[in-house]
Design a protein. Sequence first.
Length: 195
Amino acid sequence: MVRTNSISDSKLVKDYINGSEASLAVLINRHQQRLFSFIYSKVQDKVITEDIFQDTFIKVIRTLKKGNYNEEGKFLPWVMRIAHNLVIDYFRKNNRMPKFKNTDEFDIFSVINDGNLNAEKQIIQEQIYHDVRGIINELPNEQKEVLVMRMYKDMSFKEISENTGVSINTALGRMRYALINMRKLIEKHKIILVN
């Protein structure tokens, strides 16, 4: 009897694609706890979590059977990404997107800047990062300019005001409007910023 926990995910995936149904069962058992906890942390409901969990593996099975899987050795992050997309679909369908507290303590960037990320969070973080960059591009130029200088170039408002030729108050105002507009765009595009 081969000890299943010593077989790598990629080997199990290959075996399943080659007809070994038991390999899929091992993969599901191996990752179900983390995946279930991940989904539950987003939807906070056991029944919905179970539905999304099952839908995730239905999608996994379909993709594997079609031969469309090519993420060598990265099975779990790939499955997590499928689950994350299904969670987003669930929120969109039910119009239950997380609402932002309307404060200036807008921590969209603390989500992006979290350095201690494991593999599946890394993938989700990259998606969030991509979504956020898209939103920034929709801002008016003067707001975008201040936001990029502050958040990505780590410049002080004094430096921003010198670089843009406006007063510090104007730079602060543009930053504030940029964040307000981003909040609106995030809700409009239904982007989830939960990790």
